[in-house]
Design a protein around this ligand. Structure first.
Ligand SMILES: Nc1ncnc2c1ncn2[C@@H]1O[C@H](COP(=O)(O)OP(=O)(O)O)[C@@H](O)[C@H]1O
Ligand SMILES: [Mg+2]
Length: 270
């Protein structure tokens, strides 16, 4: 199955979710391919790969006439491969606008890869053209947010935008049958501050909410500095009494299981 992580806002823990949910999926149903489709290249770095020009998506999107993602894959952990990117992807993005069949570049590039992986997880940036390309190929859309009111307000925009893109592509909405999951990550150590935003999200989007909320944990920042997933970090350095760290690991595992329930793995995989 192909899962896209997309958000209208930046800094909503999208890349952290792609990395950790991807790793949890790889524990359940390997192999998993992570794809960094955000020119910030944070997922690439988070996986411990140095972002360099022509490393992955920045080059794939510029290939003519036939784009292919093969040749840009590297193994980053057992059961986990990565296609990285580099900030020069913004140039590829500009060029996409001039291209014929510009919405289907990713579909073509990934066509011969889908049988090699049980799941493909794409961290999508804010480029409209790249978002449209991702919308053509995904089975499930994961929308990360924080409970901050300003972030939660953007959820409506993101879901409407997603519907419009699917309409333009003449594809069925991802909302019915339900192929959308909203994943909430707390960005404040003080839960009280975010209670209102969380209430609003539960009211409006309860039906598509992921089962667990990822708690705030300073360990997330330490793990990312060490290029580790939260589970790896917890297993190596974690203190058994650090409940928020364990809750965060469990929340990403629950998100992975939730996504698997929404849509099954791709067929025809060894
Ligand atoms: N549960 C968490 N607790 C504390 N900090 C977090 C948590 N999740 C993510 N972060 C931090 O928040 C920042 C933004 O997260 P990131 O995943 O890069 O967001 P985005 O990809 O949406 O811009 C990063 O520094 C990340 O380490
Ligand atoms: Mg990011």
């Amino acid at each position: 199955m192909i899962i896209g992580l997309m958000a209208d806002k930046g800094g909503v823990c999208k890349t952290t979710a792609a990395h950790n949910m991807g790793a949890e999926l790889a524990l359940l149903e390997p192999p998993v391919l992570l794809v960094d489709a955000d020119k910030q290249a944070d997922l690439t770095e988070l996986c411990g790969v140095q972002s360099e020009p022509n490393i992955g998506m920045d080059a794939i999107l510029r290939q003519v006439p036939t784009p292919s993602a093969r040749g840009y894959i590297r193994s980053v952990a057992p059961g986990i491969d990565l296609i990285g990117t580099h900030p020069q992807m913004k140039r590829a993005d500009r060029e996409l606008a001039q291209r014929t069949r510009r919405e289907y570049v990713l579909e073509e590039a990934f066509r011969d890869l889908t049988s090699d992986y049980r799941h493909i997880v794409i961290d999508v940036g804010h480029s409209e053209m790249v978002q449209l390309n991702v919308m053509t190929i995904i089975d499930v859309l994961v929308v990360p947010t924080t409970p901050a009111k300003l972030d939660a307000d953007h959820l409506i925009n993101m879901l409407e935008e997603a519907d419009l893109m699917r309409q333009d592509l003449r594809l069925p909405s991802l909302r019915s049958p339900r192929r959308v999951a909203i994943s909430v990550t707390r960005r404040s150590p003080n839960a009280g501050i975010e209670a209102d935003g969380l209430g609003l999200i539960r009211n409006q989007f309860g039906a598509v909410l992921a089962p667990d909320i990822v708690p705030f944990s300073p360990r997330v920042i330490e793990a990312s500095a060490l290029h580790m997933t939260l589970r790896e970090y917890r297993d190596r350095y974690g203190n058994r009494r650090d409940h928020t760290l364990t809750q965060a690991v469990d929340a990403y595992a629950a998100l992975a299981r939730h996504v698997l329930q929404i849509a099954p793995a791709m067929v025809g995989v060894a």
